[in-house]
Design a protein around this ligand. Structure first.
Ligand code: GTR
Length: 410
């Protein structure tokens, strides 16, 4: 049986969320404060004046939320190929694992691409949380070196092979003619607060309050990987989809917002600091995210702890930075910590920019029902179930990518 989201929010009476967050956080739309969202199109008279407004919004997010990432000359990336390419997925795919060296880091790529393509292929690029070896059980996939979360002594093991496999529908991705490029996020910056001593931060000195945090570092890392993909002969770097889940969904959004080379941007259950509107203070709040994860954003973002009403921006404006490129925001019904309705409203808040730039934007006036996706230039769905990435989500992403990126499509 399907219920509208408002009904679901009232119906779910849980002591904690799927993230184990306590009840003092708001999970009830009727307790959301009256908010007014800043206008992303403020003072924009015509399409010619959008780039200047866009630059202003981008600078606001850099200064006040993520921190500004350093400029980088792509010629500085060195590539070694210690692992030979091999057949993968019952010979339907080829697995290659170039190792990128930049900013003092070794970043191990896992690239799975169709074995018999008719030309260069579009690709999904996304970080994984715990190592490439957790994405699929094939023993040829390199095991993550260095610090990994949720493992004994923070060391990756053989036993972890494939444990996140349900989150990566590789078979379907390959079958549909896409490559999957995935990388362990900790290769770029390990996900713990060490005052920015490790990862790519180490190469650029300790950040001050305005400089980049870990999400900006991860997003910047995705741009470096795209720099490399421009030299991968089997891949069409003009059709790279950047995709991420949860904290890595915040990352894919910021990567897509700050690097216009990403052709399509997907946020899966990204929540606070991702697609969800901060001003609603529903589920995870700015204060909470900044205290649980003090390294994710720049120091200036802490100025908005419990002061979301003072923010001169909100996440709809970050989504608008992707316009007019295709953008997909996905929520999950039970993922109240990430504020599904706030994720939808942010997509809705970006819609005027998409329409202003001549696209159909988000073709939904109000929150779609559970498991009823809408696919315009902005796509949105709220899936039944919890905070996760599932084959259902991939089914939508593949259909959306086919619609917007396949050469045969209009
Ligand atoms: C939670 C965090 C969320 C989300 C999630 C994840 O603990 O509060 O913002 O990013 O982690 O990445 O799994």
């Amino acid at each position: 049986m399907k219920f509208p989201i408002h009904a679901c929010i009232f119906m779910i009476a849980m002591a904690t969320t799927s993230e184990g967050a306590p009840r003092k956080f708001k999970y009830d739309d009727s307790r959301v404060p009256d908010i007014s969202l800043p206008d992303p199109l403020k003072d924009v008279a015509d399409a010619a004046s959008w780039p200047a407004r866009r630059a202003e919004i981008l600078a606001m997010f850099e200064d006040r939320m993520f921190g500004k990432a350093p400029a980088f000359d792509k010629k500085a990336i060195k590539v070694t190929r210690e692992i030979a390419d091999k057949k993968f997925l019952n010979d339907t795919a080829i697995l290659s694992q170039p190792l990128l060296h930049f900013a003092g880091c070794k970043v191990q790529l896992m690239i799975a691409r169709p074995a018999n393509p008719t030309g260069t292929v579009p690709a999904f690029l996304g970080y994984n949380f715990r190592g490439n070896h957790t994405v699929h059980e094939d023993p040829a996939i390199a095991i993550a070196g260095g610090w990994v979360p949720r493992a004994k002594n923070n060391k990756a093991t053989e036993a972890q092979r494939g444990l996140s496999g349900s989150r990566w529908d590789i078979k379907e991705i390959i079958k549909r003619g896409y490559a999957l490029v995935t990388v362990y996020c900790g290769d770029v910056d390990p996900d713990f607060h060490d005052k920015f001593q490790n990862g790519v931060h180490a190469a650029y000195g300790t950040p001050d309050a305005g400089q980049w945090g870990t999400i900006a570092a991860w997003a910047w890392g995705l741009s470096r990987i795209l720099d490399h993909l421009e030299n991968e002969p089997a891949i069409d770097a003009g059709r790279v989809v950047v995709m991420g889940h949860s904290r890595l969904g915040k990352t894919s959004l910021w990567a897509g917002a700050s690097d216009p080379r990403f052709a399509l941007v997907i946020s899966n259950n990204s929540g606070c600091g991702g697609a969800a509107l901060s001003k609603r203070r529903f589920g995870e709040t700015v204060q909470r995210i900044n205290s649980s994860f003090p390294h994710w954003f720049c120091g200036n973002f802490k100025n908005y702890n419990n002061k979301e009403d003072k923010m001169p921006f909100d996440q709809h404006m970050m989504l608008a930075l992707v316009a007019p490129r295709p953008l997909y925001v996905a929520s999950a019904e039970k993922d109240l910590w990430a504020d599904p309705h706030g994720e939808f409203l942010a997509a809705k808040g970006a819609d005027p920019v998409y329409r202003f730039l001549g696209t159909d934007g988000l073709p939904a006036g109000s929150m779609p029902a559970i498991d009823e996706p809408v696919h315009g230039r902005i796509g949105y769905h709220i899936r039944s179930g919890k905070h996760d990435v599932t084959p259902y989500d991939w089914k939508q992403y593949l259909a959306f990518a086919d619609k917007h990126l396949k050469k045969s499509s209009k």
